[in-house]
Design a protein around this ligand. Structure first.
Ligand SMILES: [Zn+2]
Ligand SMILES: [Zn+2]
Length: 352
């Protein structure tokens, strides 16, 4: 080949320009098919994959879990092994469960004025995020924190900074962190929507959203029993936070009275909120497309199955639970009182 020929062979042809293949559109998980999502908090005791089968067996199509013990500070390596995480994601796909919500540890307080507790909390929350990502979770629900003896403003600022520190260096992917409204016990932040809004506004770069808990709304003084009260509350949430930032509703009835500021969950329809209100909540047009997840107590075997069935009934669907009740009631230390709780239980006090 002469030099001239060679040059002509090597000459630039725009058709030869390298054009990368267009990326395939992100795969939409099968559970995102527009159907109503009803879930329940299930136990990961023994084997984390079992939580999926438990939820499925109870008739739920969504679920919430803790990714580690919610009442113990992590010791050593808190990561979930790659093998377990893979098994979990595969089984979840098979059972078509979603969304998957992970609830953070009760011990975490990003607002703690105690520097040791705060540092521990930031580290623990960092690990919560890593575990949630490895499980392929859609949402990580977090209680904002407690101001203790500090001011609300300082607490909100500490939470904003804590969220930034805990997410540093992590690629969250599809995971969103949802701040949960609280009953307003003691110095807990987040019973007022403005406080949640201040946190959202404080870190616009983070994928944050909100989880609304019905028992906490009620205990904080919002009367969602009457249609007007429910409409007004939803309008207030929409105005201050935006309902489009609320993908998950914790559906819990309340043992405690309106405005008690005490957080005690009750079976759906058996508490102070009542069945009619839950029918209105589950069918409210402003809540269409939200996932409804129960964190109801287990007082008797079968309570979880009954609560899931009640929720389906309220949306006029019959779903047959195929599994056995996998979780035993927690033994009461204080018979006849509210002490009969399982770990996901219901109280936020005295842990911070
Ligand atoms: Zn909740
Ligand atoms: Zn609660």
């Amino acid at each position: 080949m002469s030099e001239e020929q060679q040059r002509s062979v090597l000459s630039y042809d725009p058709a030869d320009e390298y054009r990368p293949e267009p990326l395939p559109p992100p795969e939409i998980p099968a559970w995102k098919n527009g159907s109503i999502r009803i879930g329940i908090h299930t136990s990961i005791a023994g084997d984390i994959v079992r939580a999926l089968d438990l939820a499925h067996g109870l008739g739920a199509n969504a679920l919430q879990i803790f990714s580690s013990s919610p009442r113990m500070w992590e010791r050593g390596d808190s990561r979930i092994s790659d093998v377990d995480a893979k098994r979990f994601r595969e089984r979840r796909r098979e059972l078509c469960l979603g969304p998957l919500v992970v609830h953070d540890s009760y011990l975490i307080n990003l607002a703690s004025p105690n520097p040791v507790l705060r540092t521990r909390s930031v580290q623990a929350f960092h690990h919560e995020i890593i575990r949630a990502i490895s499980l392929g979770a859609d949402y990580l629900v977090a209680h904002p924190g407690s101001a203790r003896d500090g001011t609300r403003e300082a607490a909100v600022a500490a939470i904003v900074q804590g969220l930034r520190q805990a997410t540093r260096g992590l690629k969250l992917g599809q995971l969103r962190i949802l701040l949960e409204n609280t009953a307003g016990h003691g110095a807990s932040v987040g019973s007022r929507f403005e406080e949640l809004k201040a946190i959202l506004d404080g870190c616009p770069e983070l994928p944050l959203g909100i989880c609304i808990d019905t028992a906490h709304l009620f205990a904080s003084g919002l009367d969602i029993r009457k249609p007007g009260g429910l409409d007004g509350t939803l309008a207030a949430i929409d105005e201050s936070l935006g309902l489009d930032r609320v993908p998950v509703i914790h559906v819990n009835d309340s043992k405690t009275a309106l405005g008690s500021r005490v957080d005690r969950h009750e079976h759906i329809g058996k508490g102070r909120i009542g069945l009619a209100a839950f029918r209105a909540i589950l069918n409210h047009p402003m809540l269409a497309g939200k996932a409804f997840i129960a964190e109801t107590p287990i007082d008797r075997p079968g309570d979880d199955r009954r609560n899931v069935a009640t929720l389906w009934k309220l949306v006029a669907k019959t779903v047959v639970a195929t599994g056995r009740d996998g979780m035993k009631p927690r033994r009461s230390r204080n018979k006849g009182s509210t002490g009969r709780k399982r770990s996901r239980g219901s109280s936020e006090k005295a842990r911070r």
